[in-house]
Design a protein around this ligand. Structure first.
Ligand code: EPU
Length: 337
């Protein structure tokens, strides 16, 4: 059903109040194809969980709100199971369902806001695991030709918060389902991340299960990251910048306490949260836009901030970090201008 002139505030986790001129909820692939065929010449805007976007203006394009549901087991053997999950399923509910069924692989990705369909676009990741580690393929419909295409792991060209869907074919496809391969026993847990280890030790868990790891991740995220149901936000607003080894050497001479992760190619990833905190922004508030008090990488909307106010704050942060450290921090969130 077509709805006109509705507020998008409930449809984006930042809680930004902009107007949608035309809005259609899509609950099946058939419906998607029908709508695309009947609105051929209209510009489209695909909306999933709205968890990785900053809306800075009203949307005149036809919004297709992807709410396709369903989970099915495609195949399984002793060791593993392949699950096909529809784009409109809530990501965290899907993770919990996997844990309920003792399917391992996604426990470190607990409590990430958003829907399944947007997970491949930015190759969601947390605590040492990325979607690509369990990803088999995703199914997508081409907006113009209406043809269905399956993208394999290599087709997706996954990188750090990155994929082909952000570059070569940006805006051309709607992802309708994702296939992941999960373990059924002998789960290989990834508990190397410091805060996970600390949680397990302090709760005296010596032989953790996937549920224990999920609980650890949930506790860590709750302690650091604001709940979008309480304070509007889109998780990490910026990506952690990657700099050359020689630039890192200079940086660490000046700031010996700078945290870092060495990458395989010799480059170094520096936490943007640290750069922003050192630039004095942590916990700062400008009107209803602000920088979260426990994690400087997260920008927040205390209630009625506009997208432009948040964007202005983001630009101020980028400028200050560039002046202080000579490092450009790129936005991770998709800015809709
Ligand atoms: N740090 C600070 N000040 C801050 C925040 C962080 O100094 O305000 C320092 C910490 O001391 C720590 C380092 O930065 O040494 C790393 O912080 P954290 O463990 O919180 O991780 P992050 O690098 O800031 C990334 C992801 C998160 C993910 C965590 C855990 C990106 C852009 N963000 O954050 O992803 O949950 O690692 O794996 O890569 C998201 O994408 O929305 C998200 C929350």
């Amino acid at each position: 059903m077509l709805r006109e002139n509705i507020s998008l505030k409930p449809f984006n986790t930042f809680g930004i109040d902009v107007n949608a001129k035309y809005f259609i909820e899509i609950s099946s692939e058939e419906e998607l194809i029908k709508v695309l065929a009947s609105k051929k010449n209209q510009e489209k805007f695909i909306l999933g969980g709205g968890s990785n976007m900053l809306l800075t203006k009203d949307i005149d394009a036809l919004i297709l709100y992807l709410n396709i549901k369903g989970k099915e087991i495609v195949s399984q053997d002793e060791a593993s199971v392949t699950v096909r999950v529809a784009a409109g399923e809530n990501w965290h509910n899907f993770v919990l369902w996997c844990i309920e069924n003792d399917y391992g692989g996604l426990e470190n990705l607990s409590l990430i806001p958003g829907n399944v369909g947007t997970a491949p676009i930015q190759n969601i990741g947390a605590y040492g695991v990325e979607l690509k580690d369990v990803f088999i393929s995703c199914e997508a419909i081409h907006l113009k030709t209406l043809k269905k295409r399956t993208f394999t792991l290599s087709d997706c060209k996954f990188g750090y918060r990155d994929s082909i869907f952000k570059h070569e074919i940006k805006g051309e496809f709607v992802i309708t389902a994702v296939n992941v391969k999960l373990s059924r026993n002998n789960h290989s847990l990834n508990t190397s991340y410091g805060a996970i280890e600390e949680f397990l030790n302090s709760n005296e868990i010596n032989t953790p299960t996937i549920r224990d790891v999920s609980n650890a991740v949930i506790a860590i995220r709750k302690s650091k990251l604001p709940d979008p149901d309480e304070i509007g936000n889109s998780g990490s607003f910026f990506k952690n910048p990657i700099i050359s080894a020689s630039d890192f050497k200079k940086l660490s001479l000046k700031y010996p306490s700078v945290p870092s992760y060495k990458l395989e190619d010799g480059k170094v990833k520096v936490p943007a949260g640290w750069l922003i905190e050192q630039s004095g922004f942590k916990g700062k508030r400008y009107g209803d836009a602000g920088v979260h008090k426990n994690q400087a990488l997260v920008l927040v909307n205390y209630g009625n901030a506009s997208g432009s106010e948040v964007l202005k704050l983001a630009e101020k942060i980028q400028k200050t970090v560039a002046e202080k450290f000579n490092i450009h921090i790129e936005t991770e969130v998709n800015i809709i201008k």
